[in-house]
Design a protein around this ligand. Structure first.
Ligand code: FEO
Length: 396
């Protein structure tokens, strides 16, 4: 796809990255991704909304050539991260008359990250507008979705919102729009969990402001476009809400089978009590799936054997990520085994210091779990159920 007209005079000129499997050398991309860029032709001025990853700059320029774009007056930069700004130097070289339109903080970052000279910038503030001739861009500063400099651009006349990463998904599809909503929902939830969840409370505020706009189309910078905006807006309202579900996530690793037996027993106990449970074996799990499960879960159980007096390194890594992602969990517990001793509990308290959670009684046993240990796990199941009942998310 080289370009597509999405509204009169508004074109999709982005690129697909079908084969990319890792983002930031951290985030799995099972479905590839796209870097969406848009060209807007007013009667007087032409603007490009965001660029693409630097590896795809030639494709973006080719799309613009095919569209017959000889001049660009403005390149709006909603976000300085390189998957959207990385091709900016190439675009500015091809279109030497173009000014980079962005806010002060983003401009400062682009100068540092990409060495773009100061005279190329046109700085805009929150609520400012830029007329293109029959089309007006309005800029909405929305810090921390997911960097501090992020902003959204709203095309008033066509009621199109360009929110950059917000409402996006790492999903490469041949369809331009979110046709398969179930698939897009999964990808968007995964994206939210991995990228946006730590900023849940700020996004909640941004959503209130976005709610006041008349929006006919949401055109994010990754994944399909939303021509039914309520679909993604409602999903986001649910994800950022304070509501949790009757769900337990168990992130576990086991070396010789003792911790695995404990996990299996707890899973069964929770199921018998009507509590939904999602176990993740940390040696093979896709961390995006784990992050996605944490969007709604009330309780996390971290299960680990003791290695060198502490948690297994895979459990340490998982705990570090959970702490960084700051899901709306209410309860955490630890289960696991040891051979001769250890300090797993103290360690986990330190690792999860950013979470406002109540620590439920742990079940840490020596060697293979015995009858008493299995009963302790059933007690933990009871405790979790009781806490969920107190939250009002399960029938008592
Ligand atoms: Fe898609 Fe934050 O960059």
């Amino acid at each position: 796809m080289s370009f597509r007209e999405i509204r009169p005079g508004v074109y999709y000129v982005g690129v697909r990255d079908w084969d990319r499997r890792l983002f930031d050398e951290l985030i799995p991309l099972p479905d590839g991704t796209s870097y969406n860029s848009y060209l807007i032709r007013g009667s007087e001025k032409t603007a490009l909304i965001d660029t693409v990853d630097p590896t795809k700059g030639d494709e973006l320029l080719s799309n613009l050539r095919r569209l017959g774009v000889d001049e660009i007056d403005y390149v709006v930069s909603n976000h300085a991260e390189q998957d959207h700004s990385g091709a900016l130097p190439e675009v500015l070289e091809c279109y030497p008359e173009a000014k980079v339109v962005t806010n002060a903080r983003c401009g400062e970052m682009l100068r540092e990250l990409l060495l773009i000279s100061e005279d190329r910038f046109l700085t805009v503030g929150d609520g400012e507008t830029l007329p293109l001739g029959g089309k007006t861009l309005e800029f909405i500063l929305a810090p921390w979705v997911h960097w501090p400099e992020t902003m959204l651009t709203y095309l008033r006349e066509d009621r199109v919102l360009f929110p950059c990463d917000l409402f996006g998904s790492h999903l490469a599809t041949s369809e331009l729009y979110a046709v398969d909503e179930a698939r897009v929902y999964e990808a968007a939830k995964r994206y939210y969990a991995e990228i946006m969840m730590p900023f849940r409370n700020l996004i909640k505020r941004h959503l209130e402001r976005i709610g006041a706009l008349e929006i006919g189309l949401i055109a994010p910078s990754h994944g399909p476009l939303h021509d039914r905006p309520d679909f993604i807006l409602e999903a986001y309202r649910d994800w950022v809400s304070d509501e949790v579900k009757n769900e337990v996530v168990i992130a576990y690793v086991s070396m010789h089978g003792s911790t695995r037996r404990m996990v299996e027993h707890l899973v069964k106990a929770l199921m018998e009590r009507g509590v939904a449970v999602k176990p993740f074996n940390l040696t093979v799990t896709d961390l995006g799936d784990l992050a996605m499960a944490l969007v709604d879960a009330s309780t996390l159980v971290l299960a680990s054997p003791t290695v060198l007096s502490g948690l297994h390194p895979s459990a340490v890594y998982a705990a570090y990520l959970v702490n960084a992602l700051r899901p709306k969990l209410r309860f955490v517990s630890v289960i696991g085994s040891y051979g001769w001793g250890g300090r797993m509990l103290e360690q986990i308290k330190g690792l999860l210091s950013s979470l406002k959670v109540e620590l439920l009684d742990p079940v840490i046993v020596r060697g293979r779990p015995k009858e008493d240990d299995l009963r302790a796990l059933e007690e933990l199941g009871n405790e979790i159920l009781n806490r969920h009942v107190e939250l009002g998310i399960v029938e008592g």
